[in-house]
Design a protein around this ligand. Structure first.
Ligand code: F6R
Length: 610
């Protein structure tokens, strides 16, 4: 998704802006640009493609201590130089970068056409630059008041940074729905859409909230609302190491994030296992045991892989606590005017904590009086700040667009939550102890799966030329199948579909031939015989079958084309180990096909638009 960086201070702005954009690269983008405000002139460089292309066309002299930069992920208009940000007004007196989508563009365009303004791009952002300029010239407004007036006219989502020749050391920011974070330095101020771009320069940050405007100068900042009321904003301290995104010698961020999982899962469960009462300790829930006892239903909401983790989480919760639970796509939920129940806990799941649909669902539930818990990775993100209680994943920054370590940490958080809820009800201390032990053993199990890499890579290499693949699983293996198909399609571009095993014969079996490998996930559970029946059903159509299993049944070896034996694992955590095996399968398929593994086409990290 688009990224914003802004700087005003004592240092040269260009290297800081470029470095900030580099830290935002992981979000996915297709063009980039920079503007430096110096000596009453705006110097602008923009380019389609990656940052290296932008660096290649930078003029020799781009001096100046105030500027803005942007990485664009195309929504309105193709990823060209003309559509790249920053955009300027006709006179070139101000430049603006924007994340989000403006919805009332027809109305704004008509207003500008009436003033004979000509457009140079297909973007909604350019309209904002012209509109601001009109407000400044016709109504004699300063930049911050003009942004305020403009914001009042906008429908849609935006995170905006503007700089103008009229005030060469000022940056004005505005937010509605797209994150904007201020970084406080000494005699310098920064802003970005993601704290990763700031952490190298400051530890003190301020999150703008929707409907707020900020004026930055090298000396400080002032935040006001749309009605010009001054707001006092709390400063948040960034803790932990500087979020510098390095591959640490690995060929891709995705690979690093896959092999880091024993460590990230350890962090997720660290300090949360209560061996005295054989339950989990989850500090930030903001729910008393009595309230937990009154819960009648759990509803989980998320998007993409977070939704699939939520589906697995619902199974864990229902199985261990006997509280009915299900998961639904956040956007579908919010648009179907859902009934919000007093005794339901709504759980929103998000790695980035900024996914627009998940955030919008959170707000819709809260508006109707519902209680929302967040399972979030990114500390201080919008969802993390807005939910009524929450559990951080502590997986660390996930850089690659495709989710891996955050997905496994989501599963682990659900398992902890399910155990805790279960221990308020059905689960005995003895069973609790067994479940705790299985949770504690997960980093070692993941390590064992990682030792299977060369075999998985070999199989992936054998099948990466296919047009299509099926992923199949029953009950607990069904969300894993969905996630396995998701990983394969998004990074290798091989068409992949997931089906519950029982659904195969209701349609998709028509497509199963010797050309369509079927990846069957077979947990060692009470449905083992049925899963073996599924393998037989597929083999009867001559399709190659790759089985991922922790079962030792000899029939599997006889029937399957390939077997990947994962370590024996408690059924409800089986999705973690087979999930890691499927991540390796997708990764090696994508590498064999020469794909851009970390930034797959058309996809973005942190989807902050609808
Ligand atoms: C897939 C993937 C996406 C995200 C989805 C939600 O690998 O990464 O499907 O899971 O966009 O993102 P978050 O978790 O940030 O809300």
């Amino acid at each position: 998704m688009c990224g914003i960086i802004a700087y005003s201070g004592a240092q040269q702005a260009l290297p800081i802006l470029l470095n900030g954009l580099k830290q935002l690269e992981y979000r996915g983008y297709d063009s980039a640009g920079i503007c430096i405000n110096h000596r009453k002139r705006l110097k602008i460089a923009r380019s389609a493609g990656k940052l290296a292309a932008l660096e290649g066309i930078l003029p020799d002299a781009m001096k100046g201590q105030c500027g803005i930069g942007h990485t664009r992920w195309a929504t309105h208009g193709a990823p060209t130089e003309q559509n790249a940000h920053p955009h300027t007004d006709a006179a070139g007196s101000l430049a603006l970068v924007h994340n989000g989508i403006i919805e009332n563009t027809d109305q704004l365009r008509a207003l500008l056409v009436e003033k004979d303004i000509e457009f140079r791009s297909e973007t909604d952002t350019e309209l904002l630059a012209h509109l601001l300029s009109l407000l400044m010239t016709e109504q004699q407004l300063n930049l911050v008041d003009a942004v305020r007036q403009m914001a009042a006219q906008l429908v849609g989502t935006y995170g905006i940074a503007v700089t103008s020749v009229a005030a060469p050391d000022e940056i004005v920011l505005a937010r509605n729905g797209s994150p904007v974070i201020i970084g406080i330095g000494e005699n310098e101020m920064l802003a970005a859409s993601d704290k990763a771009a700031l952490s190298r320069y400051t530890r003190d940050i301020v999150h703008l909230d929707d409907g707020e405007i900020a004026l930055l100068t090298p000396q400080g900042f002032e935040v006001t609302t749309l009605d010009a009321t001054v707001k006092t904003k709390p400063t948040t301290k960034l803790t932990g190491p500087i979020e510098s995104y390095e591959k640490d010698g690995h060929p891709h961020f995705l690979y690093k994030e896959i092999v880091d999982q024993p460590e990230t899962v350890s962090r997720t469960i660290g300090g949360r296992l209560d061996h005295q009462f054989n339950t989990a300790k989850l500090g930030g829930l903001n729910l008393e045991p009595r309230e937990l006892l009154g819960v009648k239903r759990i509803k989980i909401l998320g998007c993409g892989s977070a939704l699939y983790a939520g589906m697995a989480g619902a199974q864990m919760i229902e199985s261990l606590s006997r509280v009915p639970a299900d998961a639904e796509a956040a956007a579908e939920f919010r648009y179907r005017n859902p009934v919000i129940e007093r005794d339901t806990i709504y759980i929103v799941v998000s790695q980035s904590g900024e996914t627009f649909d998940t955030l919008a669902a959170t707000r819709e539930i809260q508006r109707k009086g519902g209680f929302v818990l967040g399972i979030v990775n990114s500390v201080g993100s919008t969802i993390a700040r807005e939910v009524n209680g929450g559990i951080y994943m502590h997986a660390g920054p996930e850089v690659s667009v495709a989710s891996t370590k955050a997905y496994t940490s989501m599963l682990m958080v659900f398992k902890l939550f399910a155990l805790m809820l279960g221990r308020t009800r059905d689960i005995s201390p003895q069973r609790g102890a067994v479940l705790l032990e299985s949770i504690q053993g997960m980093p070692d199990k993941i390590n064992e799966v990682l030792t299977l890499e060369s075999r998985i890579a070999e199989i992936a290499g054998q099948y990466c030329g296919v047009q299509s693949a099926f992923f199949v699983g029953r009950t607990t293996a069904w969300p894993v199948a969905l996630e396995g198909a998701q990983k394969l399609k998004e990074i290798s571009y091989i068409h992949a579909e997931a089906y519950p095993a029982s659904e195969l014969k209701h349609g998709p079996l028509a497509l199963v031939t010797e050309q369509t490998p079927c990846i069957v996930i077979v947990p060692d559970d009470e449905l083992l015989a049925k899963s073996i029946g599924t393998i037989e059903e597929i083999r009867a159509r001559n399709a190659p079958v790759i089985v991922i299993t922790d079962a030792q049944d000899p029939r599997i070896n006889t029937l399957a084309t390939h077997v990947i034996n994962t370590p024996p694992t408690e059924t409800l955590l089986q999705g973690v180990v087979s999930g890691v095996a499927l991540q390796l399968f997708a990764y090696h398929s994508a590498v064999a096909l020469g794909r851009d593994v970390d930034q797959p086409r058309n996809l973005a990290k942190s989807v902050t638009v609808e």
